[in-house]
Write a protein of this length. Structure first.
Length: 663
């Protein structure tokens, strides 16, 4: 009986015997003949080939179609499973140990056929581990002052690392979604790097976070005000910024250095932040103790929490000395003019900025308001005043000079009052005349009084309000007199030219020529030449006084060769043109009738020579002619006078003939 290799055969023998008689036995069936040439079947399930990240439950299978399983065993990581653990078909075992483990199965059937089976299982239940490095070293919890290169390194004991993911933010809340492939750099900021890795088995590492603080930038330090080189006159406030946008400021300090100091002086900590202020003291005991341009330097220093430092320096000019202003002229004695003045400011440090002044009455206080900016001005008033100038200057640093007060400026534009009298009112040429001038002035006061007679100064009285002068006797005729008063400001006022007439004292004249020199007088004397009668006594009398005797009526005509228009004066004949006679004898022609004289210079035509005597006949008619709208003859034209001007000469002169002769 045979059976194919690796097969299981179950066979019976059918048999019968036949005797010789030919009897055939009933066929009989033998029991089974079992032949088992096949090995048992043994295996496990499941049989994954990849890494698993959880315990693996394995079902063990063993079977034998022939003689049956006589023995089944399993063993891990040892091929000699016959020394392993027995199992039955369908038993389950669990792989809990991480790593790569080979399961060996072996089985025998009852005819000692055997079979083995093996499979390697990969179990990795542990998540990978990712390490972070900052600039190639462990990351610090402090601040970095340079950019930081971040390196992520994954390690896994079994299946190995598959991928690493990361993100970065400042709130530690981001989701790591970016796959890490190479080193990345963190610049300024308070960063959180969040990261994790996944291994081949699919184990995911818990998200890790690393705080990396980077501040490679120095703090921001700035002085906002005052301006560099600006002039400061007292304690002043420096406004500054000392901030750090990343790590924040840790410390701020103030340093100062005056011109006389060799090194910076540490003035201690100050507040950090924006728009901060610190007071800088000025003076001999202050932070800024020297005066001059850029004489004091201020330094603001700051350090951030990363250790970065920065500083800023600014120089300021210091001047705590007030300017000095002078005025020229400093006051002025009495004058009658506006007075100009000049203000000069000096300042040894910052220099003068502006000058102010005001002009006030001398009895006022200067005060603090009403000033005008300028360096020159004028003191003036409409009449008289005493004023002062209040003034001060301000320098560039803002130092304000104390108000100064000038000496007095005295102005008097009002002329003094002056008057003059004379005595007697109508003097004779044998009398003296007394003049009295009086003056007053309400402001500057009287400086002097001058008295003039006939245009000549005859008396000066200094610093007096009354002035007397006695002069004369004066010659017959019109005389002028005048008083002029001067005050101490230079104003003057005149009384104006006044006139008085000195009449001749006819009775005092002793000769005919002396007497007849005056129209107001006539000589009562003996006739000479062809005398008919003669005066019984010779004397000088007023012209309006009759003499006791006179010459006969035809004396003049007979004396001058019978010329009807001739006139004898002092035995000299003066010829006219009446009756066809020419005017060739003399350069001057005179007509003397009833006291009216007509004198004409350089006359070439004498048609109207004796009009005064022939036509008018008397003084009144002559005056009327002068006043007429169209004067008949030569008075006005020759003398260059208007009718009215001539009349002004004649009208008030009782001795009209004398006046005309003088003209």
């Amino acid at each position: 009986m045979t059976c194919a290799s690796n097969s299981v055969c179950r066979k019976v023998v059918c048999y019968a015997s036949k005797d010789n008689a030919g009897n055939v036995e009933s066929v009989k069936r033998s029991n089974e003949f079992k032949i088992d040439k096949a090995n048992p079947t043994v295996y496990a399930s499941p049989t994954p080939t990849t890494w698993q990240n959880s315990d693996i439950t394995i079902t063990l299978y063993v079977d034998d179609a022939g003689s049956g399983v006589a023995l089944a065993k399993y063993r891990w990581d040892n091929s000699n499973c016959w020394d392993g653990t027995s199992f039955s078909n369908g038993n389950q075992i669990t792989l809990t140990t991480e790593g790569e483990h080979t399961l060996y199965l072996c089985a025998k059937d009852n005819v000692n056929n055997s079979a083995t089976w093996s499979h390697t299982y990969k179990l990795d239940k542990t998540a990978p581990s990712t390490a972070i490095a900052c600039n190639g070293a462990s990351c610090s919890t402090g601040w970095y002052t340079v950019p930081v290169n971040i390196t992520l390194s994954c390690s896994d004991s079994y299946s190995g690392c598959s991928k690493t993911y990361y993100c970065k933010d400042s709130t530690n809340t981001c989701a790591p979604l970016s796959e890490y492939t190479s080193t990345f750099t963190l610049n300024d900021g308070n960063w959180y790097v969040r990261y994790y890795s996944v291994d081949v088995a699919g184990n995911a590492e818990s998200v890790k976070s690393q705080n990396v603080k980077v501040d490679a930038t120095e703090p921001y330090v700035n002085i906002d005000s005052p301006a560099a080189s600006s002039w400061q006159r007292g304690n002043f406030v420096v406004q500054y910024d000392a901030t750090d946008a990343t790590s924040g400021t840790a410390e701020c300090r103030l340093y100062t250095k005056s011109a006389s100091e060799a090194s910076w002086q540490d003035r201690g900590t100050i507040a950090c932040g924006e728009n901060k202020q610190v007071t800088i003291t000025v003076g001999s005991a202050g932070y800024c103790r020297d005066q001059g341009s850029d004489a004091c330097s201020v330094k603001i220093w700051a350090r951030d929490n990363a250790g970065n430092t920065n500083e800023v320096t600014r120089s300021f000019s210091i001047d705590w000395t007030k300017p000095n202003t002078t005025i020229s002229p400093n006051g002025h004695d009495w004058t009658n003019q506006a007075i100009s003045f000049t203000l000069s400011c000096s300042d040894s440090e910052s220099g003068c900025s502006s000058t102010y002044y005001k002009v006030i009455p001398s009895n006022y206080e200067c005060g603090t308001t009403g000033y005008t900016q300028g360096t020159s001005g004028t003191v003036d008033c409409a009449d008289s005043c005493i004023k002062v100038v209040c003034y001060y200057s301000v320098d560039v640093a803002g130092n304000v000079e104390s108000v100064k007060r000038s000496n007095e400026f005295k102005i008097d534009k009002v002329a003094p009052s002056v008057s003059i009298t004379r005595s007697p009112a109508s003097p004779l040429d044998t009398e003296k005349v007394t003049f009295n001038a009086t003056a007053s002035d309400n402001a500057a006061g009287i400086n002097k009084i001058e008295i003039y007679v006939d245009g000549t100064k005859v008396k000066t009285c200094n610093y007096a309000t009354n002035c007397d002068y006695e002069g004369g006797p004066y010659s017959v005729g019109t005389h002028s007199y005048e008083a002029v008063a001067y005050d101490n400001a230079g104003n003057s006022r005149s009384t104006g030219t006044q006139y008085f007439y000195v009449s001749p004292n006819c009775t005092a004249k002793s000769t005919q020529s002396e007497c007849e020199a005056y129209a107001e007088c006539k000589w009562c004397a003996l006739c000479s030449g062809f005398k008919v009668n003669q005066w019984k006594e010779a004397k000088c009398v007023a012209s309006d006084t009759d003499c006791g005797y006179h010459c006969e009526a035809n004396y003049c005509g007979a004396h001058c060769n019978g010329d009807p228009c001739s006139v004898v004066i002092d035995n000299t004949c003066y010829y006219g043109t009446c009756g066809g006679y020419s005017c060739t004898y003399e350069p001057y022609h005179q007509c003397r009738v009833s006291g009216c004289y007509d004198i004409r210079n350089d006359i070439t035509e004498c048609d109207y020579y004796d009009y005064c005597s022939a036509a008018l006949g008397n003084l009144d008619a002559c005056r009327n002619d002068l006043l007429s709208p169209s004067p008949t003859y030569y008075y006005c034209k020759v003398w260059g006078k208007s009718n009215e001007e001539m009349w002004e000469i004649c009208k008030d002169d009782i001795y009209a003939a004398h006046t005309l002769l003088t003209c």
